[in-house]
Design a protein around this ligand. Structure first.
Ligand code: GLN
Length: 476
């Protein structure tokens, strides 16, 4: 897609143009208001940052991400700024600190222009569950951009920013990237600090970058990643070395196609785009074979038990006493809790809290939650076995392309099924990438997913870059 913003590389070597570029970015985001991608624009803060980065670059300071203009999903904290999670319950709340991932990107010179719209508390696959209204897909405004990081994917796809942060608990960065025709990477669990990300499913959540190409995702990842004393689940694994940027893949890989990902429910145009790309990769010398991930049919039920259980516990803190909005009509403490939570949360969040409380309750814990944990282990073992035979797995990112606004709103199960190919990577903690791989007959973007072993982000991004060069899509 045509992008009127000068590239980060250009701005880094012409720092004088950075303040104008940030102005342009803010103007474009405002002009595109009808897509509802942003919930807050930082005007003053962003312009000030742009001047500060310009001055530092002009003085010759090395700011490796100087020239980058970013957007951040509004479930990630930035000090003194509103943090809404697209929920009424956080109305009026401002964050007291900045998320580690954002802090690291800003320290490297990136300028953040604002916070993006999402499904409330990141629960959803369409970015329609937002107190600010549904986000729309720039490729076709009658369609959803995917979710829950829909606003971030739209800001990148529309060319208003160079990159954006989202969060991915079950596919929330990969599926919107696929629906909007951009690239999105869910890092290995623990690769990026979760400090400052509002917790949804703590054992699944990762802050995840979206951009126009795999090379750019790599640039962002190198600065976001790494252990953080503020997040005890962050891994003691050094971030990938950026050196001159993402290197070309110079050897053949063993590519596995999980047979369970190519069954019923997969749109024919999506399947043929993936198979075509795989054939071309085979033509480049990669070895392709079928593999099996036998626990795949349980991935959706396991995810919706584990994620809901964790959410019900994580969201217990929003009770009207400490954060954001409280029902002014409440007269007793229990009314305060009940009314604030009953009115402050939207229907999908309430559904998750009820499901989560149910699967954790006495008598049902063993039947649902414990069982789900056992099957989750089976899903992880499937991946371990597969990665003993192959280097990466290729699948579709989502079973269909972007669907119409409203189409799945009354049918939560149909909505949940749009995560069928993405949730397993979160349950197993492995890294997973979505990269554009052409369009369907209606001209809507298709995403190809590459999954790899823990901490193999660099490898899957290198293969992703090769897919981009095959299809001439997703280039920066
Ligand atoms: N769509 C999934 C859900 O609704 C995934 C959300 C996410 O990754 N944040 O839970």
């Amino acid at each position: 897609m045509f992008t009127p913003l000068p590239s980060p590389e250009h701005l880094r070597s012409h720092p004088n143009q950075l303040p104008d570029a940030v102005d342009l970015s803010l103007t474009l985001a405002r002009k595109g208001e009808a897509l509802r991608a942003f919930v807050t624009l930082f005007d003053g803060r962003a312009r000030e940052d742009a001047r500060r980065v310009r001055d530092a670059l002009t003085r010759g300071e090395s700011l490796p991400l100087g020239g980058w203009i970013l957007a951040v999903k509004d479930n990630i904290a930035i000090k003194d700024q509103p943090l809404t999670c697209a929920s009424k319950i956080l109305d009026g709340f401002r964050s007291g600190f900045t998320a580690t991932a954002v802090e690291r990107l800003e320290k490297a010179g990136a300028v953040v222009i604002g916070k993006t719209n999402l499904d409330e508390f990141a629960m959803g696959s369409s970015s329609e569950n937002s107190v600010f209204g549904a986000v729309r897909n720039p490729r076709d405004p009658e369609r959803v951009p995917g979710g829950s990081s829909g606003g971030s994917a739209v800001a990148v796809a529309a060319g208003w920013v160079h990159g954006a942060l989202g969060s991915d608990t079950g596919g929330s960065v990969r599926q919107p990237a696929a629906f909007c025709g951009v690239a999105g990477l869910k890092p290995t669990y623990g690769r990026v600090s979760r400090y400052g990300l509002v917790a949804f499913g703590s054992s699944l959540d990762q802050i995840a970058p979206i951009s126009t190409s795999c090379a750019r995702l790599f640039d962002l990842l190198c600065f976001m990643a790494g252990v953080d004393s503020m997040d005890s689940s962050s891994a003691h694994v050094p971030p990938p070395m950026r050196n001159g940027g993402l290197a070309r893949l110079n050897h053949a890989l063993r590519i596995g196609l999980p047979q369970e990902y190519f069954l019923e429910g997969l749109a024919p145009d999506v399947e043929s785009a993936i198979r075509r790309a795989v054939e071309r990769l085979r033509g480049l010398g990669h070895h392709v074979c079928e593999v099996s991930l036998p626990h795949t049919p349980y991935a959706i039920p396991v995810y919706y038990i584990v994620a809901a259980a964790e959410a019900s516990s994580n969201l217990a803190r929003f009770d009207g006493a400490r954060y954001g909005w409280r029902d002014p009509a409440a007269s007793t403490l229990s009314d305060l809790y009940e009314q604030t939570r009953g009115e402050g949360f939207g229907p999908e969040v309430r559904r998750r809290i009820m499901m989560g409380t149910f699967v954790l309750s006495a008598g049902y814990y063993d039947a649902y939650y414990r069982k789900a944990q056992q099957v989750r282990r089976g899903i992880l073992d499937d991946f371990k076995k597969a990665f003993a035979e192959v280097d990466v797995l290729i699948t579709p990112t989502a079973p269909t392309t972007a669907f119409k606004l409203g189409e799945k709103l009354d049918d939560p199960l149909a909505m949940y099924l749009s995560d069928i190919y993405t949730v397993s990577a979160n349950l197993a903690g492995v890294p997973a990438l979505s990269v554009p791989v052409g369009k369907d007959r209606q001209g809507l973007p298709i995403g190809l997913q590459i999954m790899g072993p823990h901490f193999a982000e660099e490898r899957i991004l290198q293969l992703g870059a090769q897919v981009e060069s095959l299809t001439c899509e997703g280039r920066s």
